[in-house]
Design a protein around this ligand. Structure first.
Ligand code: GLV
Ligand code: MN
Ligand code: MN
Length: 414
């Protein structure tokens, strides 16, 4: 077998090309599930997979599987992958590095003459981002059996369009109950991703090997007050939905800061009001709150506390509230032998590495329910992500891709 050589110029070109497929004006990347841009990006990636000689299949929720058949077809495959959907106003590396990097890793392994015993399967997950339906990791949740087909079918976007509508638009076929895969369908899952935080850059490490993924949760609050003329309605007795939401958002911040859990983070990332006119009292507000922690008990204590505070604020301001927990997931513990494999490969390649926690969530969180997982992180500039100026250098991407290729190779001959 020849040495595994990553063609970083080709990979960087593909990353740049995919970034031009966007609903926004480049360099801003926005690819919401089954938008025109998302559909074109899926076609782009499938073409690369075909050119790499991979066999494609798609499931009923649009997860794409691209397989390099191993010599022993009946053994569980080793899987890798990530997502290509992107939140509004995103950059070009989140998810993409794990998909295009995996295609390059497979091409590099093929060029080296490597012959896998187990099949190697790339998964491009549907809607890792929560933009369309409010919950993230739609594809991997269904695949791991965390989201039931009935619950999935009840999802709808803010315009009232349900999952079935979007699946039809995405050209998906089949029944949702066929998506779930049995436990140990894969021998392991390894996801390459940008860190989305500052640790690797600060500590001058090239690779992060993920040992644990923080527990995410999302709350949705619909507030209904009373609107009216901004000039003619005097202040006493107003029932302003925006001010109520603002108090709730500040209460979330305070609940997190006083939780004594250093890893807890809370964000009111969505705050929409109606009628959204300068001379009209806001009568309705929609808030979505993202709350995470590496400590599940602390996160689980904060959730009811935030609900209680929101109810108190609404009662005092005479606002009606519909409160919904969209998700409250446990953390994932990565597989120790797999973490050792990746660390060992870094040592062999003389690449500096650090074991770490993922504070962002990923499809790996849900793949962990059906097989051993770990993640390979690469640094990103200033820890910036979910922004158009997100950046990882070609050298960093090349190292991550090389480590992924060697990890897949090691796991595919076991
Ligand atoms: C994933 O995009 C996350 O929000 O952690
Ligand atoms: Mn993301
Ligand atoms: Mn991501």
């Amino acid at each position: 077998m020849k040495p595994v050589q990553v063609n970083i110029a080709r990979l960087q070109n593909e990353i740049d090309e995919l970034a031009l497929i966007t609903e926004a004006v480049p360099p801003v990347v926005t690819r919401v599930l089954f938008s025109d841009a998302d559909l074109r990006s899926r076609a782009f990636v499938k073409k690369l997979c075909r050119e790499a000689g991979l066999v494609l299949r798609e499931d009923a929720v649009g997860n794409i599987f691209a397989r390099w058949e191993g010599a022993e077809k009946n053994l569980p495959a080793i899987a890798t992958g990530s997502h290509i959907d992107a939140i509004p106003n995103a950059g070009k590396y989140d998810g993409v590095v794990g998909v295009l990097g995996a295609i390059e890793a497979i091409r590099a392994l093929k060029n080296s003459g490597f012959q896998p015993k187990r099949s190697i399967e790339l998964i491009i997950f549907t809607a890792e981002e929560p933009t369309r339906f409010g919950i993230g990791c739609l594809g991997s949740r269904l695949l791991g059996g965390i989201l039931t087909p009935t619950k999935a079918a009840s999802l709808h976007d803010r315009d009232g369009k349900d999952l079935e509508f979007w699946l039809k638009r995405g050209g998906c076929k089949g029944r949702l109950d066929s998506v779930k895969l049995p436990k140990n369908f894969y021998s392991a899952f390894v996801e390459l991703h940008i860190e989305q935080g500052p640790v690797l850059e600060r500590e001058k490490k090239s690779i992060g090997v993920v040992e644990k993924i923080a527990a995410p949760s999302t709350l949705s609050l619909q507030l209904t007050g009373v609107g009216g003329h901004a000039g003619a309605t005097l202040m006493p007795g107003r029932r302003d939905a925006l001010l109520t939401g603002a108090e709730i958002a500040l209460a979330v911040e305070k609940a997190v800061l006083t939780s004594r859990s250093p890893d807890m983070v809370g964000t009111t990332g969505i705050f929409k009001i109606e009628p959204d006119a300068v001379n009209s009292i806001p009568c309705r507000a929609l808030l979505e709150i993202d709350l995470r922690d590496t400590n599940l008990a602390a996160r689980n204590m904060a959730l009811p506390k935030i609900e209680k505070l929101a109810r108190e604020i609404c009662a005092r301001r005479k606002i009606k509230m519909r409160f919904e927990r969209l998700n409250a997931d446990p953390p994932a513990i990565c597989n120790a032998p797999l973490v050792q494999t990746v660390s060992g490969i870094c040592r062999k390649l003389d690449v500096s590495c650090k074991k770490m926690i993922s504070r962002a969530y990923h499809d790996s969180l849900f793949m962990a329910r059906i097989c051993p997982v770990t993640m390979i992180f690469i640094p990103c500039r200033d820890g910036v992500s979910h922004r158009p100026d997100e950046y990882s250098s070609p050298e960093q991407i090349a190292k991550g891709t090389r480590v992924l290729a060697e990890t897949l190779a090691a796991a595919a001959v076991r």
